[in-house]
Design a protein around this ligand. Structure first.
Ligand code: NAP
Length: 548
């Protein structure tokens, strides 16, 4: 069995068919906080099942070179405990994956959570037993558990998308997916490395790999926009100020569109003359980070406004990249800025000025196969020792559908979602009583700073279960008609933005062959969404059936 992380205690394995009030799947940000609230606030018997051998969720698996958060550390963190906020000190503006794991271990140890987390346990199936009003779970190791409530905290980006490229099994070198990175790391020294994928992950990894490898070949299907992160240490003065102002910072994040504690400008780039507009963009570029999107109010709703931002970034790419042919290949043309999740970077475009880096346009010259010694495109063969797949995830629905989840009358979640995910508020699926999906499809989730969305969901679920226990209620289930109305509203919210214009976005499921194209997250804004959830609860959980 794998060794324990510092401070980790090994929980006893449950006896056959152990019964819990709640089983939570996943021990990332969501699962840890959900365990804490159910166990310590409501006094429930709760257990977390976690596939990894430590806490961390996405940060447990994503240890690829350059992996760090692209929301800023001081607000990519829990807000529920002022003690945690005051005791923990972030070292960098954008925390690196190891620092986030240390933070989550600190939280888990502080609240003694690990005794109720069963590590190295992957859930194979979960079936609702209507007669007993219980969820019956089986793990891949064959253990059985049952619980009144099933809460999925599986993350939105945890099911790796490994493209089906002919010949991979014959490759004689090593290959890795960034979302399943070996804990011991990978040494690129002296190696010829091929990197497939130029999303947030590939864009973070490329500069770090290039600095170590003998040669890096980047296989790009779609050119991407990226904003400089401007990472750096957080100084003691800044840290003091953040800690002194946490209440206001959190309030601002919760009241925002996307969970970030900063203001979005109130004007449009179309209101300004060109010098003033460019000056605004320059300042935003210099400050760096996802906040670039807040330079104007309508970058995601008005195509003409967005064009000014897209053109600004295209011009930056042409300035940074010395070879005009390479700069042209790196210039995004087929989607407006930020309609795919925008990456932020540390010297990504500069990396293509290095002598040991080659860019291959695989839209123009597609990959035909992986050979024993490298990658063959329609034009050339690239000899490689290591292939890195930064090819993303079967997002949002993938991690849920990887478990055989069955609701009433044996209806599988896969069947229920055959035309795309259908939820009520992203919290429940009709036909799946007492199952809650933290940051499920149909909730703001990935369009926000995740801890804000997670805390809102966990608090809502906890309040709901608390209400049920006080009222002697045993079952809660979304009404199909409420779910239908919510799905229509989710579509409406997406269509009010430019987001659906990016054809190959994972928001739409378009990156996974055969996946239904449905805009999955809720684009109506975090604060609006939280208000709606609160109204639903206040109106006696309208849209849900509650039963004894
Ligand atoms: P992604 O955004 O889905 O990007 C995957 C890349 O792989 C794209 O360039 C895609 O090309 C390419 N690709 C996919 N299948 C391919 C195939 N069969 N052949 C060739 N290329 C293929 O995935 P990601 O970069 O892992 O990022 C996913 C999300 O994770 C991000 O959007 C972000 O929300 C999150 N993330 C966050 C951080 C952070 O906080 N620091 C870091 C990394 C990721 P196409 O564009 O043509 O599909």
């Amino acid at each position: 069995m794998a060794s324990l992380a510092p401070g980790q205690s090994r929980p006893a394995a449950p006896s056959a068919a152990a019964t819990y009030d709640a089983v939570i799947i996943g021990a990332g940000f969501a699962g840890l906080y959900q365990l804490l609230t159910l166990r310590d606030k409501l006094g429930l018997k709760a257990r977390v099942l976690e596939a990894g051998d430590g806490v961390g969720g996405t940060w447990y698996w994503n240890r690829y070179p350059g992996a760090r958060c692209d929301s800023e550390s001081y607000y990519y963190s829990y807000s529920f405990s002022d003690e945690v906020q005051q005791e923990w000190s972030w070292s960098e503006r954008y925390p690196e994956h190891g620092e986030i794991r240390r933070y989550l271990n600190f939280v888990a140890d502080k609240f003694d959570l690990k005794r109720d987390i069963q590590f190295n346990t992957r859930v194979a199936s979960a079936e609702y037993d209507a007669a007993a009003n219980l969820w019956r779970l089986r793990t891949e190791a064959g253990e059985s558990l049952s619980a009144r409530f099933l809460i999925t905290a599986v993350g939105c980006l945890s099911s790796a998308n490994i493209p089906n490229i002919a010949g991979l099994e014959r490759f004689s070198g090593q290959w890795y997916h960034t979302g399943r990175w070996p804990q011991e790391g990978v040494d690129f020294t002296g190696k010829r490395v091929g990197l497939i994928g130029t999303g947030s992950t590939g864009i973070q990894a490329a500069p770090v790999i290039a600095a170590q490898a003998a040669h890096l070949t980047v296989f790009q299907r779609t050119a991407n926009y990226s904003i400089p992160a401007r990472n750096g240490p957080v100084g003691p003065e800044e840290l003091r100020e953040i800690k002194a102002n946490y209440a206001a910072i959190r309030e601002k994040a919760r009241g925002s569109t996307n969970g970030h504690p900063f203001d979005i400008a109130e004007d449009s780039p179309l209101d300004l003359d060109e010098p003033a507009r460019l000056a605004r963009y320059e300042a935003a570029w210099e400050r760096g980070g996802l906040r670039f999107r807040a330079a104007f109010r309508d970058l995601l709703t008005n195509k003409a406004a967005n064009d000014t931002a897209s053109d600004f970034i295209r011009a930056k790419i042409r300035t940074i990249v010395r070879d005009p042919r390479v700069a042209e290949m790196l210039t995004p043309k087929d989607h407006p800025f930020a309609t795919k999740r925008p990456p932020i970077d540390t010297e990504y475009f500069e990396t293509f000025n290095r002598d040991n880096v080659t860019l291959v346009d695989i839209k123009a010259t597609p990959i035909e196969s992986i050979t024993p010694t490298g990658i063959r495109t329609s034009e050339a063969e690239y000899p490689l020792d290591i292939i890195v797949f930064a090819t993303g995830f079967d997002a949002m629905t993938g991690p849920l559908l990887a478990i055989d989840i069955r609701g009433r009358d044996g209806l599988s979640l896969r069947e229920a979602w055959s035309a795309g995910p259908r939820t009520y508020l992203g919290l429940q699926v009709a036909g799946f009583p007492n199952m809650f999906t933290i940051t499920g499809p149909g909730s703001p989730s990935v369009l926000t700073n995740m801890p804000v969305a997670i805390e809102q969901h966990v608090d809502w679920i906890t309040a709901c279960i608390g209400h049920m226990r006080r009222q002697g209620l045993q079952r809660i289930e979304a009404r199909p008609e409420a779910a239908e109305r919510w799905v229509a509203h989710v579509n409406e919210a997406a269509n009010a933005t430019l987001l659906p214009l990016a054809n190959s976005s994972w928001y739409l499921g378009a990156n996974v062959p055969g996946k239904p194209r449905v805009f999955m997250p809720y684009a109506g804004g975090m604060a609006n969404y939280a208000r709606r959830c609160a109204e639903v609860a206040a109106n006696d959980y309208e849209g849900f059936v509650l039963a004894r």
